[in-house]
Design a protein around this ligand. Structure first.
Ligand code: NAD
Length: 497
């Protein structure tokens, strides 16, 4: 069985620990690989290597760092079939969706190619007589990224292209459920000319994560995953004096106004609720039907949900693949049981789906609940599967209050033809990423990605200018080049006369 090891100092290295995790192919349910899980000693050793690499890498002119990014971009494009297949084999999502997620990661590399421009500072001449002042952004040192299973290429690529382009060195701890893509990206970075030790991948579980949090030489931690772990990362990074951004879970609403293009809303909801089997932090898992639109919305959604083509990700005709593991499948199915117990109306039941030839795969069909209310756990909690809940409300104000009262605030969307409603929604809603007649409002690489409330702990989102700011520290220099008369000692605060 293939064993996935760590990538440190420019090469694959076996870890010191005997601990291993299982990596499944969700389409068949077979365990095809195992992954080495790092010990604290493995992590600490990789940090030593990254720390040494920082000395030279941080001094490299930013244009040279950008050129490596350009080469990396080319190599990702050249190897995109292989990378996509790795995502499908270990995550399960359908091929074109996996390719799309790789492209969204690639766009961050493209953004990082502009690093010489992005790192330009500010300059003020003559802030005092013959005194000039300028500011510049400098790298932090060794930084780390801890990533979830659901985007094995894209989420790591939200982080490391910008971090290393800024002059930092990086330790990535990917999800132990689908680690191969990260190792392949590390190899491609090396082929692109990245010096050894600048980008390292440590596979592992909680032990490796705790070692990251405790290591004094790691200056910043970027995390994406579930809310309880995000909070843990945030608290412990701060306790250990690290800069931190920790993105958590979500429960996203799509508001369907009675005046909207209903076909557009239904199609938007189908892709946003069931795409990637609902394993997206930006999945729209709640449809809020406003006014009298509920019956027609549920009728159209149910027909489409029943017709969803579920199958292995490598089958180009599949619209939705399996879930990532058997445990996750059981968790999602138990939420469907719970919804029934709580009194929601299960309009489409995807439980117990068995595919011929793939009987052991981790499949569930699309599920649709109607008459869900705000007190139900299936409304309050993140299910992270293909389960769409319809909540019916009378007015736009009621819809907005529902969303604003929810503990999560990652993404949200509204379908309407009324510009006033759309504008009011964008302005007043307490959510970080908003769509208007757009189902999944994921910002492009040159904007920043991040939710509000318990969907993000910390001050900055991922990529865009927020990413540049997160991975650099600001230095401001004030200088004078005196000629002739030297001034006497001054014991008062200097001020402008
Ligand atoms: P997870 O929180 O279980 O795992 C994320 C990372 O944390 C993994 O690398 C894992 O090894 C590590 N980890 C898990 N348990 C840990 C523990 N007890 N102590 C320390 N580290 C631990 O998340 P997941 O199941 O891999 O991913 C799904 C979650 O990620 C969902 O909640 C989803 O909403 C969220 N997510 C959020 C965003 C966002 O941008 N807000 C994006 C993608 C995914």
């Amino acid at each position: 069985m293939k064993l996935i090891e760590h990538f440190v100092g420019g090469k694959i290295i076996p870890g010191s620990s005997e601990k291993k995790g299982k990596v499944f192919n969700p389409a068949t349910g077979d365990q095809e690989k195992e992954v080495r899980l790092a010990s604290k000693a493995d992590l600490d050793q990789s940090v030593e290597i990254a720390k040494k690499a920082f000395d030279e890498w941080s001094l490299k002119p930013s244009l040279q760092r950008a050129r490596i990014m350009f080469k990396f971009k080319e190599l990702i494009e050249k190897n995109s079939d292989e990378l996509t297949q790795l995502i499908v084999e270990e995550h399960g999502k359908v091929y074109e969706d996996a390719r799309g997620s790789l492209t969204r990661g690639l766009e961050v590399v493209e953004f990082a190619c502009g690093i010489p421009h992005l790192l330009k500072g500010e300059f003020s001449e003559n802030v005092g007589t013959n005194v000039d002042s300028w500011s510049m952004r400098q790298p932090l040192g060794v930084v780390a990224g801890i990533t979830p299973f659901n985007f094995p290429a894209m989420v790591p690529m939200w982080m490391f292209p910008i971090a290393i382009a800024c002059g930092n060195t990086f330790i990535l701890k990917p999800s132990e459920k689908d680690p191969s893509c990260s190792i392949r990206l590390a190899e491609l970075l090396k082929d692109a000319g990245l010096p050894d030790g600048v980008f390292n991948v440590i596979n592992g579980d909680k032990e490796a994560v705790d070692a990251i949090l405790e290591n004094k030489d790691i200056k910043a931690v970027s995390f994406v995953g579930s809310t309880p772990i995000a909070k843990y990362i945030y608290e412990n990074s701060a306790k250990n004096e690290k800069r931190v951004q920790a993105l958590g879970g979500a429960k996203n609403h799509l508001v369907v106004m009675p005046d909207c293009d209903l076909d557009g809303a239904v199609n938007g909801l189908m892709g946003a609720a069931y795409g990637s089997a609902g394993e997206r932090c930006m999945a729209q898992s709640v449809a809020v039907a406003v006014g009298d639109i509920g019956d027609e919305l549920v009728s159209r959604l149910s027909k489409k949900a029943e017709a969803l083509k579920v199958g292995p990700g490598m089958d180009k005709t599949s619209e939705m693949g399996p879930l990532v593991t058997k445990e996750h499948l059981e968790k999602v199915a138990s939420y469907v049981d719970l919804g029934v117990e709580e009194g929601a109306k299960l309009v489409v039941d995807g439980r117990g789906l068995k595919l011929q030839g793939y009987e052991n795969g981790f499949y569930i069909g699309g599920c649709l609940f109607d008459h869900v209310n705000k007190d139900m756990r299936i409304y309050k909690e993140e299910i992270f599967g293909p389960v769409l809940s319809v909540v019916r409300v009378k007015t736009f104000e009621e819809a907005a209050k529902l969303i604003n009262d929810h503990e999560y605030g990652n993404g949200v969307s509204i379908y309407t033809r009324d510009g006033d409603v759309g504008r009011t929604f964008a302005s007043k809603i307490q959510v970080g990423m908003v769509g208007i007649n757009v189902p999944i409002p994921v910002p492009m690489a040159f904007h920043s990605f991040g939710g509000w409330k318990r969907s993000l702990f910390g001050d900055s989102g991922m990529h865009g200018l927020e990413g540049i700011k997160f991975y650099t520290k600001l230095k401001t220099v004030t200088s004078r080049w005196p000629s002739g008369v030297r001034s006497n000692a001054e014991f008062i605060m200097p001020t402008m006369k």
